[in-house]
Design a protein around this ligand. Structure first.
Ligand code: RIB
Ligand code: CA
Length: 316
């Protein structure tokens, strides 16, 4: 019996793909729904990728289409990192699952109510769908156990010098989420950049993960090749950190802090401003800001879970 009922909202995205691969092989997790949002690439690709990935890894759950644009600003995609269609140019078999017509924010709310407050929301892309759900259903937080999101940073950015991609793609949506009554764990760049894979690690994935491992390696290779042009030698497993934090919290270190999202600044637009390093604190420190991961432990668990694909044909 899985310990956690989980809803995953994503923008696949090569590291989103890795997260879904983990979710499908973690017995502690029961994925009750998946939703896609515009983010790394357009919604038409993230939705297709989410459907095809779910089928590919054997997640027999409905996949819902969410927002195709941020609440206010224009979308700015990350094709240089994830490739034109989001999976590093790798193609998957097309899912035969029926298209879900219900919008993601309605489906997410219904799943939360049905879970009677047990559901864990895992958000690994921009927060537009969650902001839309909170606006339409103000009582959503009472049906949610907790939100674990990949996004933000207590220090540096990756999309601007101040802001991280998932937040700055839709800062207004992020502000709605951080101002809500949800119990939030924020896994920002502070911790996710520590969960990184070098070239040798990618080769290891291809060796241990069967056809699925080879697919992931090939998808991540496109990201790593681009990062190498920036002088970097590793690709961060941003999104998988959220699921690992849920199931293996001892692998991480975190601190409670106040977090607000900048929605007016010119240089700081989309920055998650925390009061972690300030003697002037916000009124409440209600966000669990995750700051460190044990890299050796991360590599061990990451490889262990993905190694399960070796034993089975991909996904099943
Ligand atoms: O900044 C990293 C985040 O942005 C990850 O979720 C990645 O998939 C992109 O969405
Ligand atoms: Ca993502």
């Amino acid at each position: 019996m899985a310990r956690y009922k989980v809803w995953i909202d994503c923008d696949p995205g090569v590291d989103d793909a890795a997260a879904l691969m983990l979710a499908a092989k973690m017995p502690e997790i029961e994925v009750v729904g998946i939703s896609a949002t515009a983010g790394n690439v357009e919604l038409k690709y993230t939705y297709r990728n989410a459907r095809n990935l779910a089928a590919y890894v054997g997640l027999d759950v409905p996949v819902y289409k969410g927002a195709n644009a941020p609440l206010i600003r224009k979308p700015v995609y990350a094709k240089e990192v994830h490739g034109k269609t989001g999976l590093g140019g790798e193609a998957l078999p097309m899912s035969a699952a029926p298209d879900m017509t219900k919008p993601a924010w309605d489906a997410l709310y219904e799943a939360a109510v049905k879970s009677q407050g047990e559901i864990v929301l895992i958000f690994i892309g921009p927060l537009t769908n969650l902001a839309l759900a909170l606006r339409k259903y103000p009582d959503l937080p009472q049906y949610v156990s907790r939100l674990i999101l990949m996004g933000g940073s207590s220090s540096f950015g990756n999309t601007t010098s101040a802001a991280e991609f998932n937040i700055v793609f839709d800062p207004e949506a992020a502000a709605v989420v951080f101002e809500s009554d949800l119990t939030i764990s924020m896994l920002g760049l502070d911790v996710t950049m520590q969960a990184s894979l070098k070239q040798d690690d990618l080769e290891m994935l291809a060796r241990i993960g069967g056809e699925t491992g080879r697919f992931l390696k090939d998808s991540l290779q496109v990201s790593l090749n681009w990062l190498k042009t920036l002088g970097l030698d590793a690709v961060a497993m941003h999104d998988p950190c959220t699921l690992l934090y849920l199931v293996y919290p001892a692998m991480f270190k975190s601190e409670m802090a106040g977090v607000k999202v900048e929605t007016r600044g010119e240089l700081t637009y989309g920055k998650t401003v925390t009061d972690l390093y300030s003697d002037t604190r916000f009124p409440v420190q209600n966000v669990d800001v995750v700051l460190e991961i044990d890299h050796a432990e991360f590599m061990k668990v990451f490889a262990e879970i993905l190694g399960k694909y070796k034993e089975s044909s991909h996904g099943a």
